[in-house]
Ligand binder design. Structure first.
Ligand code: SF4
Length: 252
């Protein structure tokens, strides 16, 4: 059954040629961006924080920062792409430290909800012929029995209310969860914008979820019907892993 993730769908929306490089030609990304390394490393540190808390061990801020540093060093390569002028790898490493320090201070002792799953992979049939897959950063239950889908963002951009309202990622995750846990009542979607030390929570109605499902199926139908993959040049090209092999970039 054809399988789609949120990042696969957004790759097509961002640029069909990029989608083709990655998902049709299956060319592994030739470069890795420093932003990706930052995001991965911060996610690993927060996973450890909650995994330890589940075992009854409350990590101090210093312990989490030491773990973060260790994982940063393990995964870092001087070949990583740094796009923003005036920044270095150190800028990003420090940004991650600030995010974790602020998160730790805000949520210690991490008992706002009970963690049920961490970095759990899922896949579910969106229709008879298509599957959606993804990873939920943290699934939790609050005292009143509601479920929470937590997602960590390390982006430097804070979303507008309309971007939050139209985001499909966590709505798809909720659809997956409702299929797995059909008795679930209230499910809250929570984005942690770590750079800004802010969380955004929303709850979708069943009608809104149905609309997201339909929109996603429409997008998949467009992707499957396409026979050409035009380039779409935008400021995001600077972060595209395939920039060096892109035909549109030869003109610049
Ligand atoms: S560099 Fe830009 S136009 Fe080229 S594949 Fe990447 S996103 Fe598309």
């Amino acid at each position: 059954m054809p399988s789609f993730s949120h990042s696969k769908l957004t790759a097509y929306q961002q640029c069909p040629q990029k989608y083709k490089f990655r998902y049709v030609d299956e060319i592994p990304p030739p470069v890795r961006s420093i932003e990706l390394h930052l995001g991965d490393t911060v996610h690993r540190a927060l996973e450890k924080l909650y995994a330890d808390a589940l075992q009854g061990k409350l990590d101090s801020s210093d312990e989490i920062l030491a773990f973060y540093q260790e994982k940063w060093d393990e995964g870092y390569s001087s070949q990583m792409r740094i796009v923003r002028s005036g920044t270095t790898a150190r800028t990003y490493r420090e940004l991650g430290r600030q995010m974790l320090r602020a998160y730790h201070q805000r949520f210690y002792p991490f008992n706002q909800s009970t963690t049920l799953e961490l970095e759990e992979k899922f896949s579910f049939p969106l229709s008879d012929g298509h599957e959606i897959r993804g990873i939920i950063d943290r699934l939790a239950r609050t005292e009143d029995g509601s479920l929470e889908i937590h997602d960590y963002k390390t982006s430097r951009r804070f979303p507008s209310p309309s971007q939050v309202g139209s985001d499909m990622q966590l709505a798809l995750y909720e659809l997956a969860l409702r299929q797995r846990w059909p008795d679930a009542q209230r499910i809250t979607l929570i984005w942690h914008y770590l750079t800004f030390d802010q969380a955004i929570s929303i709850a979708k109605t069943l009608r809104q979820l149905e609309m997201v499902k339909q929109k996603t199926l429409d997008l998949i139908a467009r992707i499957e019907a396409t026979t050409s993959f035009p380039t779409q040049v935008t400021p995001l090209c600077d972060w595209c892993e395939y920039k060096e092999m892109c035909p549109a970039m030869k003109k610049y």
